[in-house]
Write a protein that binds this ligand. Structure first.
Ligand code: PAF
Length: 299
């Protein structure tokens, strides 16, 4: 690849830039983003570099209309291309692919889209029923356009990561999907492009999501119900934070059985609205077998 970060906005330019590396047998890495890049994205780029070595790292920057329902924050979603390019350049990204909507969806929304299956109807999908169809469709397109060997996604969007993995497995896409750890602010708030929509008071309150996850993690050895109750107690104390869901699932996001064996790997996930901003976060947990008395179930 040529030294320095190259910005392209067409499929042809992208293919032209990557063909040489591909012919040379180098692995191509992709970091799909919607821009408004922060340190969390930078860590995805570093992970992509670690995965492909000398091969090209491509970061896509595309605010995908298909994953926003009418009335969601598509128009409000921050667009900061100049600053994003600086992040990509500092992280040694070779190619930034920042297409216009028509370039990705010539002729409008495609007739054939990815059906994300039952996992897309719960958690985020319960309040955003069309969201993951849009996400998986654009991710499939990006995989096709970049012909990536490896793609890096953040664990912060854990349901998205799980669904991408599932799509790649079920549709035999042949892309290695790497889930990178969530990067947090010093107080624990997960980094997110949407954090910049919070005013100072909302920002202070938003850390409640992280505190709730930590409570769940620390109580997890006493079982699912105790862990959930500990996390809920934390959320009840948080003023101005409107809880959407707080659940514990298996590590692959399937429902846990009634009798959870000691040492089961699980995931605690939370979503809440702070002002007009919807935030999500999650954390891996290790569950103990002990269960609290009945009546304090999941919701
Ligand atoms: O996580 C995101 O930023 C988006 O959902 C993605 C994966 C780039 C698809 O638009």
């Amino acid at each position: 690849m040529t030294a320095g970060t190259i910005l392209v906005d067409t499929r042809e330019e992208l293919a032209g830039l990557l063909s040489e590396a591909r012919t040379a047998g180098r692995r191509v890495g992709l970091v799909p983003t919607m821009g408004a890049l922060h340190d969390g994205h930078a860590s995805l780029m570093r992970e992509a570099r670690a995965q492909v070595g000398e091969g090209p790292v491509v970061a896509s920057i595309f605010v995908n209309p298909m994953q926003f329902a009418p009335g969601e924050d598509l128009d409000r979603y921050p667009r900061t291309l100049g600053a994003d390019l600086e992040v990509c350049s500092a992280e040694g990204v070779d190619v930034v692919f920042a297409p216009a909507v028509d370039e990705v969806y010539p002729g409008g929304e495609p007739e054939i889209t990815v059906d994300p299956g039952p996992l897309a109807t719960v958690l985020e999908g319960a309040s955003r029923p069309t969201h993951f169809r849009g996400v998986l469709t654009v991710v499939a397109k990006l995989f096709g356009l970049v012909r990536a060997d490896v793609a890096v996604f953040g664990q912060k969007d854990f349901q998205q990561l799980t669904l991408v993995r599932r799509m790649v497995a079920d549709l035999c896409m042949g892309v290695d999907v790497v889930g990178a750890r969530t990067v947090r602010e010093p107080d624990g708030l997960a980094m997110s492009s949407r954090n910049r929509n919070l005013d100072p008071e909302q920002r202070r309150r938003a850390v409640a999501l992280h505190h709730a996850l930590v409570e769940a993690r620390d109580a997890a050895r006493w079982g699912v119900d105790v862990a959930l109750e500990a996390a809920r107690a934390e959320m009840r104390q948080a003023h101005g934070v409107d809880l959407d869901y707080l659940v514990i699932r298996a590590a692959d996001l399937t429902e846990l059985p009634d009798d959870v064996p000691e040492g089961t790997a699980g995931r605690v996930l939370v979503a809440a609205r702070v002002g007009d901003t919807r935030l999500i976060d999650n954390m891996p947990i290790t569950l103990g077998a002990t269960r609290a008395p009945a009546g304090r179930g999941d919701s």
